[in-house]
Design a protein around this ligand. Sequence first.
Ligand code: NDP
Length: 346
Amino acid sequence: MFGLIGHSTSFQDARRKAMDLGYDHIAEGDLDVWCTAPPQLVEHVEIVSAVGKTIQGAYIDSCFVPEMLSRFKTARRKVLNAMELAQKKGINITALGGFTSIIFENFNLLKHQHIRNTTLQWERFTTGNTHTAWVICRQLEINAPSVGIDLKKARVAVIGATGDIGSAVCRWLVDRTNVAELLLVARQKQPLLDLQKDLGGGVINTLEEALPKADVVVWVASMPKTLEIDSTNLQSPCLMIDGGYPKNLDAKFSGKGVHILKGGIVEFFTDIGWSMMELAEMDRPQREMFACFAEAMLLEFENCHTNFSWGRNNITLEKMDYIGNASVKHGFSTLNLKTQFQAAVA
Ligand code: NDP
């Protein structure tokens, strides 16, 4: 069985969802009440892949909401409790979705393997970052030419280049896509220098330097909400792939040669018959999902029960090939500008 650990996008959404599910006593509570609410396994699902393999899965709502991010101990407890529940339910491989993987890594939850009388088995969990990185690279390769960008001549900026996903994207762009120039953007200097050495290339830029020059911008960083972009200062055409969570870019930048694509999103070939992606505000929640969630499904389809994506900067091109091949085989495709546009006008 595969599992997905997620959360609502806001406290307000979480309350509405709890009311729909009949958890009135929690729904009516304030944020302090929600801070003590245990995780809930809210949905079971059965999925048949494009090659006829059937798997079972479950969605666990961690009862975390982004408003709790500043409450360090609460956020930590929410993630660990949800992982404990997944393990106790016997789930083989569970993806940490949304903020839960960020909390796991940034709060160093590897130190917290013992929850009450449970020892968390890390091999039952994955961040899903390998599939996310592969999906973003394929989105770039498919969509840049469709808006008139020749990748062999293009400058590509990766915002969040030194991160787990960003560094994997950079390796792929250098080794596989062969873009003309790679611009590496992050705040800390030393990891950028290490990455540049590791890649054997790439130009270190600030965000302000990179944006006006780039034909393609890959966003794989959670940026401050106050981020302002002067869209008149960008290349035209310019493809922006927004892989961050929450999404960094507003669709208001689209137009006049600027194309914004939601990054790290995949579409299944058929309706799944679940309600869990409505929480994640997907345009087509019966088919679309975060690539990290899909990674847990793929690992279950492939009987590959291991913490496939784990820790920082462990994503290899071979692992991206493996998960990418599985993705295509079992019926996933990347979200592209055309499908995104069709969903927007539907
Ligand atoms: P990491 O924490 O490993 O990396 C974040 C990167 O962003 C680092 O390079 C960091 O470097 C950089 N960064 C952070 N803030 C800024 C800033 N203000 N300006 C420039 N660079 C910045 O994160 P991951 O690679 O694990 O995840 C990246 C993003 O992808 C996250 O937003 C995550 O939520 C999202 N994601 C999406 C998924 C999907 O399925 N669609 C799945 C998993 C993750 P520095 O600190 O030096 O600035």
